[in-house]
Design a protein around this ligand. Structure first.
Ligand SMILES: NC(=O)c1ccc[n+]([C@@H]2O[C@H](COP(=O)([O-])OP(=O)(O)OC[C@H]3O[C@@H](n4cnc5c(N)ncnc54)[C@H](OP(=O)(O)O)[C@@H]3O)[C@@H](O)[C@H]2O)c1
Length: 335
C-alpha cells in the first residue's frame, strides 16, 4: 500500500554562508521533500542575498526569530565552527530537527550534550557528511566490507589547499578556525570509518600560524596504529597546493580515490571522480552528494529515525582530534 505523501519539511537556514550558497542552495532547490521558508544570518544583507537565490520571502538578521517560529520544522546551520554546537542545542531546545555543518562541535562534552538533547526531544540531528553519500565511498565501503582488498594494511587520507589570507573564520581560533576543525572531519572521519577499533597515535606534527588566542594550526601530519596491524596516515594543510586523496591498501589489492571529499561544489567545472583499483579505473559521472545527504535527512525525519550512530561517530572523531592536538603540542613543546 502506498502511504500518503508527507508535506515538505519546512526549513530555516541559520547562516547565509558560502557553502550554503554554493553547495546547499542547489540541493535545496532540487529536493522536493524539503522547503526552505526562512533565512537568517548575522547580517540582513547576506540573508537577503541567499533568500533571493532560493526565492524565499522571509529573511532577516539574528537567529532567534527562526527558532521561535513553531511552523518551522528543521534548521540547516552553517556558521563558524565555534557557534555550531550552541545553535544546534538551541534549535533542539526549540524542537527543531537539525542539519549542521561540520564540525558540529569542538569538544566531546558538547557532542554528548547534543546527543542527550536530541534524544530527550526526539529530533533528528545530522552533521553534514555529504562525502559519505557519494557512490565512490559506497563502492569503497562495499569492496572493503566484502574483503576484496584482503586484510587491510594501511590507509592514507589527505586534504590540502591554499587558504586565502582574508578567509573569514579559518584563521581565527576563537571562531573555531584551524585545519583540524576544517579538514580534520574528512580525513579523521575516513580513518575512523575504515579502522573502527582503538587507534594509537604514533606521531602527530602540527604547524601553527599566529600567536596566543589567534594561533591556529595550518597543517597536520599524523601516523596512527589500528588493530590488526593497520597503519593510518593523515595529512591536512591550509598552505599547500589543492589535493585530495584517500588510499586503502590491502594484502591483495589497493584502492585510490582522487577526489574523496569535496565533490560537486564547483558545478560549472566538475572534476572527474575516479576510483583506481589495482590496474583498473572506475569513473563516476556527475553526482550531487549534498542532494543525497539532504534526501537522507528528510527521509530520517519523515521515518522518525533518530539514528544516534551519526553523533557517536562525531564523538569519536572530536575525541581523536583533541588527542592529536595534545600529542602534537607535547611532542613539539608548544604551549
Ligand atoms: N560541507 C562542506 O562541504 C563545507 C565546505 C566549507 C565549509 N563548511 C562548513 O560550513 C560552515 C560555514 O563555512 P563557510 O566557509 O561557508 O563560511 P562563510 O562563508 O565565512 O560564512 C559564515 C557564516 O557565518 C556568519 N558569521 C560569521 N561570523 C559570525 C559571528 N561571529 N556570529 C554570527 N555569525 C557569523 C556569516 O554571517 P554574515 O554573512 O551574515 O556576516 C556567514 O553567514 C563552517 O562550519 C564550515 O566548516 C562545510
Amino acid at each position: 500500500m502506498v502511504g500518503t505523501p508527507k508535506p515538505p519539511i519546512k526549513i530555516g537556514i541559520l547562516g547565509a554562508s558560502t557553502i550554503a550558497r554554493e553547495a546547499m542552495a542547489p540541493a535545496f532547490k532540487r529536493e522536493s521533500r524539503v522547503n526552505v521558508v526562512a533565512i537568517a544570518s548575522r547580517s540582513a544583507r547576506s540573508a537577503q542575498a541567499l533568500a533571493h537565490t532560493l526565492n524565499v520571502s522571509r529573511w532577516g538578521p539574528g537567529f532567534d526569530w527562526i527558532l521561535a517560529d513553531p511552523d518551522i520544522d528543521a534548521v540547516y546551520i552553517s556558521l563558524p565552527p565555534s557557534l555550531n554546537a550552541h545553535w544546534t542545542l538551541k534549535s533542539l531546545q526549540s524542537n527543531k530537527h537539525v542539519l549542521c555543518e561540520k564540525p558540529i562541535a569542538l569538544n566531546v562534552n558538547d557532542v554528548a550534550r547534543i546527543r542527550a538533547c536530541a534524544r530527550a526531544v526526539s529530533r533528528v540531528v545530522r552533521e553534514v557528511d555529504m562525502w559519505r553519500h557519494h557512490p565512490q565511498i559506497r563502492r569503497l565501503h562495499d569492496l572493503w566490507r566484502r574483503g576484496a582488498l584482503g586484510q587491510l594494511r594501511s590507509i592514507e587520507a589527505e586534504f590540502t589547499f591554499n587558504l586565502s589570507e582574508d578567509d573569514r573564520f579559518r584563521w581565527s581560533r576563537s571562531l573555531g578556525g584551524g585545519v583540524l576543525n576544517d579538514l580534520g572531519p574528512y580525513c579523521l572521519g575516513a580513518v575512523l570509518e575504515f579502522c573502527p577499533g582503538i587507534l594509537d597515535i604514533l606521531e602527530a606534527r602540527f604547524s601553527w600560524a599566529g600567536n596566543g588566542p589567534n594561533q591556529v594550526e595550518t597543517a597536520m601530519e599524523a601516523t596512527l596504529a589500528a588493530a590488526g596491524g593497520i597503519t593510518a596516515r593523515i595529512f591536512c594543510s591550509f598552505v599547500d597546493t589543492p589535493r585530495q586523496r584517500l588510499v586503502l591498501r590491502g594484502a591483495d589489492d589497493s584502492v585510490t580515490l582522487n577526489q574523496p571529499w569535496a565533490v560537486g561544489i564547483d558545478s560549472e567545472q566538475p572534476l572527474p571522480v575516479h576510483l583506481v583499483r589495482g590496474a583498473r579505473t572506475e569513473r563516476f559521472g556527475e553526482f550531487d552528494p549534498y542532494l543525497m545527504m539532504l534526501g537522507d535527512f528528510a527521509e530520517r525525519i519523515n521515518g522518525g529515525d533518530l539514528g544516534s550512530f551519526a553523533l557517536e561517530r562525531c564523538e569519536r572523531r572530536v575525541a581523536l582530534a583533541a588527542e592529536l592536538q595534545l600529542c602534537a603540542r607535547r611532542s613539539q613543546g608548544a604551549t
